[in-house]
Write a protein that binds this ligand. Structure first.
Ligand code: TYD
Length: 135
């Protein structure tokens, strides 16, 4: 499965690190929404859904977590462990976020505002959706 893991460029100096992310430049879409998760218990699995249209970039800006991606044919696990790593998650991709460290903060840049009708929350429905070409 082709997934894109970005390594963002920190602007580091003796004061510490700074990362700047611009839409259409570092982030390959217009950023319409930003949200973040924290205080996520270690035994919790979040996500468990796919999106018909939404694209996202996930950045674990503190701590670590794992992302399981599934395009209906292949599955892949990507660990996010550094604040300069970004994972691009395309539409039509089932995702599960898990194995959160106690201090994890998972920041998400999204290409659309929140829209419940864009979610596929049933895995079999997702498989049917991608098998029919995701239309
Ligand atoms: P949920 O979709 O369950 O999060 P996850 O993808 O991590 O499993 O969202 C949790 C709650 O937050 C749910 O009530 C919907 C709400 N929510 C928003 O209002 N706006 C958003 O942008 C997101 C992602 C969730």
């Amino acid at each position: 499965m082709h997934t894109i893991k970005y390594t963002f460029q920190p602007h580091g100096d003796e004061r510490g690190q700074l990362i700047a992310l611009e839409e259409f430049n570092d982030i390959p879409f217009q950023i319409k929404r930003v949200y973040y998760m924290y205080d996520t218990r270690a035994d919790v699995v979040r996500g468990n859904h796919a999106h018909k249209n939404l694209q996202q970039i996930l950045v674990c800006i503190h701590g670590s977590c794992k992302i399981r991606l599934d395009n209906g044919k292949e599955k892949k696990v990507v660990a996010l462990e550094r604040p300069y790593e970004g994972l691009y998650v395309a539409n039509n991709m089932w995702r599960e976020m898990y194995d959160f460290s106690e201090d994890a903060v998972l920041l998400v840049f999204a290409s659309e505002v929140y829209d419940e009708s864009d979610y596929i929350r049933d895995y079999n429905e997702f498989l049917d959706f991608v098998a029919s070409g995701g239309l």
